[in-house]
Structures are given as structure tokens and as C-alpha cells.
Design a protein around this ligand. Structure first.
Ligand SMILES: C[S@@+](CC[C@H](N)C(=O)[O-])C[C@H]1O[C@@H](n2cnc3c(N)ncnc32)[C@H](O)[C@@H]1O
Length: 271
């Protein structure tokens, strides 16, 4: 597999929101292209960082996919409490760009379980509450819903945070031992688990991530680290241009106010 020919080489996010998932954006984009899942379910959506990448990849690849977003949009003690504006902005972005390929379930994860038949989900992303018990519970309750040959993603498999009682790393270390898996080697870590033992023989992308040689895996690592740097640089440049634009607007407003005050003073003197 030639990394420089992966679809993500041309990828820039359509929607910019705050998300520590940014370092996985390029991988998520490629995964949709090569998996072509019918059903994607995300548990834990927040502003939509990862969710909108999946949606963008569905549109770009023409994959026959519906992406389901499951969240209370209340936040939690680790991600922080959310006010209503998060959900409203998420919905505005979703409806503007991805209304035809996405659905929302604003509820607790358990409440959404019955909406999906057994073995119907091709890609499940677990990114809710990050304690050991919560992640284990999410995995165990949702596993029957994942199709054979489906993929389960776990965010934050490298995070060590005792203060906030993060436990994804411990759970992932236990879980991955006897299963086909891949791991994004970046700051927070993304665990990628294959449900099954036999990969589709024609899928070169899946073969490389799950059974690649050390050289192939090293190349993949380097490629996605490069893509992460590229997206971060681009995000900073955009932030810079946005703040420059804001400064220009504020300067124009200030000038306008100064003129109004000066005119008022002249009018006062004249009368
Ligand atoms: C870490 S954030 C998700 C980050 C997101 N995937 C991204 O790309 O930025 C976790 C989210 O999970 C939601 N959440 C946590 N536990 C939940 C539960 N049991 N049911 C529904 N939502 C939950 C929170 O409201 C929060 O928005």
C-alpha cells in the first residue's frame, strides 16, 4: 500500500470544531473509504469532531453509509458540562452539510441500543465516559450489535490521567491481546479492533493496518504523524486569519465610534 496515494492526502476538514480527535482525522477519513460501512454509530459526539470527519468521508467516497450520532449533549465530568449551544451548533452543521447521510439520537447510550438490530453496525466508535468501568460497559453492551467483520474504535487508549480516573488504556491493553487490532501511535491514541479473525482478502488497507509487516506499520505511523502536523498547522493558520479579520472589524468599529463622538461634540459646540 502506498501511503501517499491514500484518500486522506487531499483531506481538509469541512467543519472546524474543538476536538482532541484531530490527530486521527486522516485515519478516520481513510477508514471510511476502505471499509465502506453501511452503518456507523458514534457513542460520544460532543461538538462533532470525529463524527463530521466520518460524514465528510462518506460524501467524498460515495459510500452507502448512514452515520448515527448518540449523545445526551449534557457532557460529563471528564469532557466538561455542555450547555445547549453545543447541541444547537452540532445540529446546524449536520443539517447544513450532512442531513441526508446522518441521524441523531439525543439520549443515553443504553437507550439507543434497541434502535440497532444485532450484527448491524459496521463501524462503532466508543468515545463516551472514559473510566475503565464505563468503557468496558459500553463495549460489552454494544458488541452484539457489531457485524462480523466490523470495526470498533476506542479513543484515548494512551491517556494516563489518574486524577480523572481514565481507564481506557487498561481496558484496551486487556482487550487487544488475542484479537486483530491496530493502534494509532499519537498523543492520545486510538485503538482499532476487528470483530472476527478473517480479513476480507481483497482489502489492502485492512490487511496493512491489522497484519502489516513492521516496515509497513512504520510507514503508516509516519504518514499519519505527518498528516496530524499538516492539519494542526492548517488549523493554526486559519485561527491566525480569523483573528486578523476580527482585529480589522474591531478597528473599523472603533473608528466609527470615534467619528460619532467627535460629530456629537461638534454639534454640541455649534448649538
Ligand atoms: C469525549 S466527548 C466525545 C468527543 C468527540 N467524539 C470528538 O470527536 O470530539 C464525550 C461525550 O460523551 C457524552 N457521554 C458520556 N457518557 C454518555 C452516556 N452514557 N450516554 C450519552 N452520552 C454520553 C458526553 O455528553 C460527551 O459529549
Amino acid at each position: 500500500m502506498k501511503c501517499l496515494q491514500l484518500p486522506s492526502i487531499h483531506f481538509y476538514p469541512l467543519i472546524h470544531v474543538h476536538s482532541t480527535w484531530l490527530e486521527n482525522y486522516a485515519f478516520g477519513y481513510d477508514l471510511i473509504h476502505f471499509l465502506r460501512p453501511k452503518t456507523v454509530v458514534e457513542l460520544g459526539v460532543f461538538w462533532g469532531g470525529s463524527f463530521f470527519v466520518f460524514c465528510q468521508a462518506v460524501k467524498a467516497s460515495g459510500s452507502p453509509t448512514i452515520c448515527h450520532a448518540v449523545d445526551t449533549w449534557e457532557g460529563d465530568s471528564q469532557a466538561g458540562k455542555l450547555d445547549e449551544s453545543t447541541f444547537l451548533e452540532f445540529q446546524k452543521n449536520r443539517e447544513t452539510h450532512f442531513a441526508d447521510i446522518s441521524q441523531v439520537k439525543r439520549m443515553r447510550f443504553e437507550q439507543a441500543l434497541d434502535s440497532f438490530p444485532d450484527e448491524s453496525i459496521d463501524l462503532l466508535h466508543i468515545d463516551g465516559f472514559h473510566t475503565y468501568e464505563a468503557v468496558k460497559h459500553d463495549y460489552e453492551t454494544w458488541l452484539p450489535k457489531v457485524a462480523k467483520g466490523g470495526i470498533i474504535l476506542f479513543h484515548d487508549v494512551k491517556v494516563v490521567n489518574e486524577e480523572q480516573n481514565f481507564g481506557v488504556k487498561r481496558f484496551w491493553e486487556e482487550l487487544k491481546k488475542d484479537k486483530l487490532h491496530f493502534e494509532m501511535n499519537n498523543q492520545f491514541g486510538l485503538g482499532v479492533l476487528y470483530k472476527g479473525t478473517a480479513l476480507p482478502p481483497e482489502n489492502e488497507f485492512l490487511r496493512t493496518i491489522f497484519q502489516g509487516t513492521p516496515e509497513e506499520l512504520e510507514e503508516i505511523d509516519q504518514y499519519y504523524l505527518f498528516m496530524k502536523e499538516r492539519l494542526i498547522s492548517r488549523a493554526y493558520i486559519q485561527m491566525y486569519y480569523r483573528s486578523e479579520e476580527k482585529v480589522k472589524q474591531l478597528e473599523a468599529r472603533l473608528l466609527d465610534l470615534e467619528t460619532k463622538i467627535r460629530n456629537k461634540e461638534w454639534n454640541k459646540k455649534a448649538s
